[in-house]
Design a protein around this ligand. Sequence first.
Ligand code: ADP
Ligand code: MG
Length: 306
Amino acid sequence: MPSSEFDLIYRYFSSLGAGPAVDLSVGDDCAILRLESNERLATSVDTMVEGVHFPENIFPEDTGFRAVSVAASDLAAMGARPIGMTVALTLPEADEFWINTFSQGIAQAVSAYDLPLVGGDTTRGPLTITVQVMGALPMDKAMLREGAQVGDIVYVSGTLGDAAGALAFLNGEWQPEPDAAEYLLDRFHRPRAQIELGSELLGNATSAIDISDGLLADAGHIASASGVCIELESAALPLSAALESNGNSDTVLKWAISGGDDYELCFTLPKGVSVPEGCTRIGQVVAGEGVKLDQNVDFETGYQHF
Ligand code: ADP
Ligand code: MG
């Protein structure tokens, strides 16, 4: 990458790297992050390719915010405290408007999640964004997919299916009223990683996962990792008024159970443990395997009802 382009990136990105765990940030060969003596590092990486993982005409500010949110969501699902991230960017050209606007979305996510940008890489090619996140976990705690116990209650944060409803709208499949459209598009373009909820659940939840592939698939990951069956009730699924304005309850249910991209958390709590605000009970853990929705078995590869 020619140095003028690198200078551009550096100009926009080098001020986002300060944080309490950052000893050395952007500019040297490595960044140096600090863990407390009783902590472990949790790390995860996500790649987004334009036209594959996000549509081509998205506002670059949203692309930046969304890419970080998607990666940070994995920290939330483990209950990890964000300490820093690196961003590898592959760009077709050095378009200053794009880089400037994209960096504003990154900056908003840095401050939303207290997740400083401590390094990265910049190359030329088809637009691809890779975000690697790092977080701290206490030595003796983590929320895994395994750990759900028979008798636990299953919960989900927020509302389900909004991003799928937005995508269907963007694809011309339906036309929500302006207020509903605005809400749904915000849910798709600006998913919020549930970092605070994750840290609240750490030590209480017996298992957790972030919903990136759809509730059935992701609850299925908890079920198989934990060696249990998860029973879900469709009538209990939390839906936004904007999504329900679609009017077709089968379509709305399909979005809620199989739409990814909401980045809410699905988790299990033992009976009697108090439920964090904004979360809804959607089912229970029983003996067996897989996911059941209203007594219908989900065979993991595809929910047969639709
Ligand atoms: P190296 O050749 O050692 O990999 P680079 O020239 O790629 O070094 O990067 C120089 C510095 O700029 C490094 O500290 C790197 O982390 C940072 N950097 C490069 N690209 C990005 C980016 N897209 N976002 C954040 N930091 C970046
Ligand atoms: Mg490099």
